[in-house]
Design a protein around this ligand. Structure first.
Ligand code: FE2
Ligand code: FE2
Length: 339
């Protein structure tokens, strides 16, 4: 494998000993230098924040259980919690593995440190959610085929840019949106409070992508950027299909799917805006190689997939296409699970 050969040749990476002052490299203080210096500080801070805000998963779970007098999860919601949290739980394990890959492969010292901090966070999230499901008596079913495909694509890609985009920006953002909506739906008080702890950690992981991806995108060739865009679109399509697969479970949990979609699209746009500013692009200028939906496209997608009106009150064509889409998603899931 070419990666192994280059890894051997590239070890040790002596350049990690270089303590570079971005100001020293320039004769004048300009915006690019200031941005590079600020980015380095922010990335390094992510690592220190991980340590400063570390929490003990067993202790927090014990305390929350004591505070609420145990876990009170309605019997009729257990299956739906299992289906939704199967994606989250295995997503945490995937994030754990991917963060370890990033800690090993990222060439930049501060980004390496931030990814190392993330390894600890994701280990904590996987453990605490696994323990919560056990204590709540929730059986976690096998991961649905769409969620599995998304995670496998990110685990298996050799491209660091795709890995960083897929995990830090797409999956982390989806997870953040789900946590916000599940907590807002008040499914179970211990879970709602636990998700706030996890959510705080996850926002640091999105920040790693926002801070480091611009440097990768600007160094990438046109072909690499085109490949990344194709990868982004594939993952986006899979998350839309996976979202539809989970729709009945979200309904059972009282999670507003339209609101969830809206939160997720809004977070993605916010991240793109932050990336543009990290790259020093003019307001409204698009980051090349990263997919982005215009406001009207987001609205169209939400209005078609998750209309405000109940399905019975929609135009017959809209009802028919939605039912056809839902049947297709479920049939394809069965086929994917057995093939
Ligand atoms: Fe996590
Ligand atoms: Fe994360």
């Amino acid at each position: 494998m070419t990666v192994a050969v280059s890894r051997t040749q590239a070890f040790p990476p002596y350049e990690l000993l270089d303590v570079e002052d971005p100001l020293a490299a320039s004769t004048s203080f300009d915006a690019t230098v200031a941005r590079a210096q600020a980015k380095t500080r922010k990335l390094e801070r992510l690592y220190h924040q991980t340590q400063a805000h570390a929490w003990n998963p067993t202790q927090v779970l014990d305390e929350l259980e004591a505070k609420h007098g145990g876990i009170h999860l309605a019997e009729e919601k257990r299956e739906a919690v299992g289906e939704l949290f199967s994606v989250i739980l295995w997503g945490e394990l995937a994030a754990w593995n991917i963060a370890a890959d990033l800690a090993r492969e990222l060439p930049d010292l501060e980004a390496k440190m931030a990814a190392t901090g993330q390894v600890f966070d994701e280990a904590r999230h996987f453990t605490v959610l696994r323990d919560y499901m056990k204590r709540a008596g929730v059986r976690v079913p096998p991961l649905n085929p769409y969620g599995r495909k998304v995670l496998l694509r990110i685990i298996e890609t050799d491209s660091l840019m795709e890995k960083l985009y897929g995990m830090q920006l797409l999956v982390e953002n989806m997870a953040l949106s789900i946590f916000k909506r599940v907590a807002a739906s008040g499914v179970e008080p211990v879970l709602s409070e636990l998700l706030v702890y996890i959510e705080r950690d996850e926002s640091r992981h999105v920040a790693l992508g926002v801070l480091h991806l611009p440097a990768m995108v600007s160094k990438a060739t046109a072909l690499e950027r085109a490949r990344n865009l194709k990868f982004n679109l594939e993952l986006f399509a899979l998350t839309v299909l996976g979202g539809q697969y989970l729709d009945p479970y979200l309904r059972t949990l009282g999670v507003d799917h339209r609101e969830l979609g809206h939160t997720s699209l809004r977070l993605h746009q916010q991240v793109l805006k932050e990336m543009s500013s990290e790259m020093g692009l003019a307001p409204g200028e698009h980051v090349r190689g990263i997919y982005s939906l215009a406001k009207w496209q987001q609205r169209l997608l939400l209005d078609w997939l998750h209309p405000e009106k109940p399905i019975e009150q929609l135009a017959p064509v809209h009802q028919a296409t939605l039912r056809w889409f839902d049947r297709g998603v479920r049939r394809a899931a069965k086929w994917m699970a057995t093939s």
